[in-house]
Design a protein around this ligand. Structure first.
Ligand SMILES: Nc1ncnc2c1ncn2[C@@H]1O[C@H](COP(=O)(O)OP(=O)(O)OP(=O)(O)O)[C@@H](O)[C@H]1O
Length: 571
């Protein structure tokens, strides 16, 4: 029982219904949260979490039931702000053409800050961004030029600047790496300490368990259970989410271990960002290469360069062509022709076509391939329909009609459409840039299963992720980026959370990369993808000896059950 159990109820939702046409987004949902608690809302994709967040924030009118926040019923975003509610929505909402300071003060201006002189706003903006992002950010920078994680921080900073009594975070850590998430959590605990109510919607179960005081589980538009802190376990959460007893959520998994090293894609003297050191990289047939790093260390650029989405400042990418020999990949067009497919987790910017339907979003890249008699006007709709049905079923896509607009889908279901589109193209190499962002545990497990089967059938995968747990028992090897280039690499049994995290912070010696420079093992030494879980580490094909970098000491702050600091080490 937490201290908040004795605190007054701040948010109360009773038997609320909210329908979109035939879709019952909320179907008799009740929910309550107290002052001074961090309350998680969890459930499968499309179960109504974002709708509940929007109903509490007053941006969506309800069909029936009642909503009360601090004794009032907000019916517009302005009313909700006046009551003291701040919401950070799942889609990262920033004005790309405006500056950081203007974005931070957007919407809060007319509340209490209009009297704040501009110089103070600039100073506050610089201070809050440095505190949140862990690095200085120019308050005058044009937001459109910033990476996704910084945009996410702006939306969080904007909410915090309003000093909310109720803070709602809908998938707000989805674009943040480990280090950033810890900073966000410290901020959330600070708010809770000051008596605020924090509601978080997340699919990252380990994070949820570590931060929440209570969790409400939803299924099909209804609340199906509340778990108190001591009941918050992955097993309990998943059992409630799915409505089934779960024996094993992580059955033992084995990363694919290809028998031979046949290069299918290579980067020669690749320069990831202007000024960063060049490096070589080889991707083998049948392997899954994990790519990690703290935000902005060049890993995202790396996967975009490999997939032909973005031209690198230097170096060359080439792919083993079906027609024989290596072909240079210098554009997205060539990449697609050579069956390299890119799946992005930044669905808003490089994924969905907002004006098109769910069906079109998944199948449009296949239109040319499925034309009849060489005429685009005669598209083979039945075969496209079969592709759609197969991909939708395998990822358990939740949708009304396939011709509904993609924007009618929940965030996680939009992401599933992009993944389905990637597989529908029948690639030889699939490059994924944080693809699991916002998808529920069931769909994640299905994605890993599909990718593992894909690799075991002789195809290759490059998988960039901000969630380290994703690599364990899944990636054949993991490359960690720092300062725009590979810093260390891990293979076989060395693919392990702590080691990868240490490398992300520059605390390892880069031995994994030096191994790569060693002569290759004789062929056939590594066992095939069989029962043996982790064969001897395969040397890693990234050749660079890391420069001696000054080590950055890690500050560790441990929090107690009430959010108090119980231990602090480091600077
Ligand atoms: N504006 C809308 N128009 C039509 N349908 C909608 C709209 N907003 C949500 N829905 C539907 O309502 C249901 C609940 O969506 P919601 O976004 O609340 O789910 P969620 O639990 O937040 O999912 P996710 O985990 O994928 O973000 C989904 O079936 C979704 O397709």
């Amino acid at each position: 029982m937490t201290e908040a159990a004795a605190s007054p109820v701040v948010v109360s939702v009773s038997n609320v219904r909210k329908y979109f046409g035939p879709t019952r987004a909320l179907d008799g949902c009740s929910f309550s949260a107290r002052a001074g608690e961090i309350h998680a809302i969890i459930g499968g994709n499309g179960c109504g979490k974002s709708t509940l967040a929007k109903v509490i924030s007053g941006v969506l009118p309800i069909d029936s039931g009642s909503v009360s926040v601090l004794g009032e019923a907000p019916s517009t975003p302005a009313e909700s702000r006046a009551i003291g509610i701040a919401t950070v929505y799942q889609e990262v909402l920033v004005a790309e053409e405006s500056s950081v300071v203007d974005n931070l003060y957007m919407g809060v201006d007319n509340l209490f800050s209009s009297s704040v002189p501009f110089e103070h706003k600039v100073r506050n903006a610089a201070a809050i961004m440095e505190e949140l992002a862990g690095q200085p950010v120019d308050p005058f920078a044009n937001v459109g030029t910033l990476p996704l994680a910084l945009k996410q921080w702006i939306t969080i900073g904007r909410a915090l600047l309003s000093r909310p009594k109720v803070l709602i975070l809908d998938e707000s850590s989805a674009a943040l790496d480990f280090d950033s998430t810890q900073r966000l959590f410290a901020k959330i605990r600070e708010l809770r300490g000051a008596g605020a109510t924090v509601l978080i919607v997340t699919h990252r179960i380990a994070e949820l368990i570590s931060i929440s005081d209570r969790a409400t589980v939803m299924r099909d538009g209804r609340d199906v259970g509340i778990l108190e802190k001591e009941q918050l376990t992955e097993k309990n959460l998943i059992a409630l989410m799915t409505g089934e007893a779960q024996e094993e959520t992580h059955p033992e998994r084995h990363a694919p271990q290809p028998e031979r090293r046949e290069v299918v894609l290579k980067a020669d003297r690749l320069v990831n960002a202007a000024g960063s050191a060049p490096f070589d990289f080889e991707l083998y047939r049948g392997e899954i290469v994990g790519v990690a790093g703290l935000d902005g260390q060049g890993q995202s650029e790396f996967v975009r360069h490999l997939a032909g989405v973005q031209a690198p400042p230097g170096g060359e990418i080439s792919v083993l062509s079906r027609s024989g020999g290596f072909h240079r990949v210098d554009s997205l067009k060539v990449a697609v022709k050579e069956r390299i497919v890119y799946v992005s987790g930044d669905r808003k910017r490089e994924g969905v076509f907002a004006s098109l339907s769910i069906f079109e979003n998944m199948t449009i890249p296949l239109y040319r391939e499925k034309k009849r008699a060489g005429v685009l006007g005669f598209i083979d709709w039945p075969s496209l329909g079969a592709v759609f049905a197969r991909e939708a079923a395998s990822l358990a896509l939740k949708f009304g009609e396939r011709d509904d607009k993609i924007t009618s889908l929940s965030g996680g279901n939009q992401q599933k459409v992009l993944i389905g589109r990637g597989f529908a193209l029948r690639p030889d190499i699939i490059v994924l840039n944080d693809p699991a962002r916002g998808i529920d545990v069931g769909a994640k497990a299905e994605l890993y299963r599909q990718l593992r089967a894909f690799a075991e059938s002789g195809k290759s995968v490059v998988y960039m992720s901000s969630e380290l747990e994703e690599f364990i028992g899944f990636a054949t090897r993991v490359i960690v980026f720092r300062a725009g280039r590979p810093f260390d690499a891990f293979a076989g049994a060395a693919v392990e959370g702590h080691a990868i995290l240490n490398a992300m912070f520059g605390q390892t010696d880069g031995a994994g990369l030096r191994q790569a420079a060693a002569p290759a093992e004789p062929r056939g030494l590594s066992p095939a993808a069989d029962a043996r879980p982790f064969p001897a580490p395969t040397p890693v094909a990234v050749s660079r000896t890391p420069a001696a970098e000054p080590r950055r000491a890690i500050r560790i702050v441990e929090f107690g059950a009430r959010g108090e600091i119980v231990r602090r080490t480091g600077p």
